[in-house]
Design a protein around this ligand. Structure first.
Ligand code: NAD
Length: 372
């Protein structure tokens, strides 16, 4: 494939470069600096070698291995990195590069946001989820004992390098989970994503093929369009009357967060999002907003690529209590991003509790939700 460059034209413009075998493109994204702090998931050392080889001739590289996955998103890990940066005399004109999944880009972005009140960061995401979601948009964060992502800041990267070759080693279930966010982008904005997945579900999850790169490009474009319109989740958007702005990215996430919590985070985020998308589709159908075929399309597309579309066994009152304290809730009024048709998101405020329960009950396999 030829490389694609997607410009992000926010207050501080930057490029997302997408392609294969892109290590040599990294120095141009990093730009002028003396030192680079290369923060990577320690387990991905071997995968990182070509990238390290590409930057070592140009910079003093301080490579720092982070614990795997969520274990990196702790105040302890951040503290250790701050100490290492201090020892290395890391200055404001030096640059942080992150290499790994969304956990690594989140914690690395947070370290870059806080060191000397903010140094540049370039993300090199290596999971599908991080490519299409975590690395673009400037959200950074770590976890505390009370919950996920409770501490963080907005700190936009100065470049993102999406090297699709890194997906070759990603476990299949992680790749499929990332597709949950890709398909979500199809439902909220670019229905061409849904058409591509429906036309060839197997090719959609083949990291060596030509369909997945197109899906990644389209999903990143959706995220760019939404975040450039509405960077800090406050203002409205020019996308159209009633468009929820950045909140649209939260499609399927309200129930997903509650399920993740109920399952003590043993379910992957993208899997929970797939279930959550089916839930809001059902809620929109019951509220008279979404036609039957468009609602049914959710489970059809998601199940075709191996994502879960059913959920049973949770205590719905507990899920409801978690949804009520979701950061998207305002006061005690539940808000859901729903669709009036594929590609047209809007907000549904304060739906009927009967509908909320019935939509969850409809996720039971026996209720016709089993499309696997
Ligand atoms: P992750 O970073 O935990 O990575 C999943 C696993 O895959 C890890 O074990 C990792 O070591 C491994 N891995 C990564 N790349 C690999 C590769 N190429 N080959 C083999 N193994 C590889 O998980 P994730 O799903 O990428 O990201 C989840 C995190 O992203 C969560 O912490 C979530 O809060 C965050 N997130 C942030 C945003 C945002 O806007 N900032 C958006 C979505 C998610």
């Amino acid at each position: 494939m030829t490389d694609t460059v997607l410009p992000v034209r926010g207050a501080a413009p930057y490029d997302v470069v997408i392609g294969r075998g892109l290590a040599d493109r990294l120095p141009a994204l990093i730009g002028d600096a003396r030192r680079v702090a290369f923060l990577h998931a320690a387990d991905l050392q071997q995968l990182a070698e070509p990238v390290l080889a590409a930057i070592r001739p140009h910079y003093d590289v301080l490579a720092l291995g982070l614990p795997d996955g969520e274990q990196a998103k702790t105040a302890d890990a951040v503290h250790q990195c701050w100490e290492a940066l201090g020892e290395a005399g890391f200055t404001r004109s030096d640059v942080v590069v992150t290499f790994g999944g969304g956990a690594t880009t989140d914690v690395g972005g947070f370290i870059a946001a806080t060191w000397l009140r903010g140094v540049r960061v370039v993300h090199v995401p290596t999971t599908l989820l991080a490519m299409v979601d975590a690395a673009v948009g400037g959200k950074t964060g770590i976890n505390t004992g009370a919950g996920k992502n409770l501490v963080g800041s907005f700190h936009e990267p100065s470049g993102v390098l999406v090297d699709l070759d890194t997906l070759a080693t990603l476990p299949r279930e992680e790749l499929v989970a990332g597709m949950g966010e890709v398909v979500k982008c199809g439902f909220i904005a670019d229905t061409g994503i849904l058409d591509l997945v429906e036309a060839d579900p197997a090719a959609s999850t083949d990291p060596g093929g030509s369909v997945l790169p197109e899906l990644v490009r389209r999903a990143i474009q959706v995220k760019i369009d939404v975040v450039v319109e509405d960077l800090r989740e406050t203002a409205g958007t020019s996308a159209g009357e009633g468009h929820p702005g950045r909140e649209a990215l939260n499609y399927g996430h309200t129930l997903a967060h509650a399920i993740e919590r109920a399952e003590d985070y043993r379910i992957r985020h993208g899997e929970a999002v797939a279930i959550g998308c089916c839930y809001v589709a059902e809620l929109a159908r019951r509220s008279g907003l979404l036609a039957d075929d468009a609602a049914d399309r959710h489970a059809r597309v998601l199940a075709a690529i191996g994502l879960p579309v059913t959920h049973t066994g949770a205590d719905f009152d507990a899920l409801l209590a978690t949804m009520r304290v979701d950061k998207k809730a305002r006061g005690n009024v539940l808000r859901f991003v729903v669709l009036s048709e594929p590609g047209r998101p809007r907000v549904l405020e304060g739906p009927d509790e009967t509908d909320l329960r019935a939509a969850y009950a409809a996720l039971a396999p026996s209720a016709g939700g089993d499309h696997g």
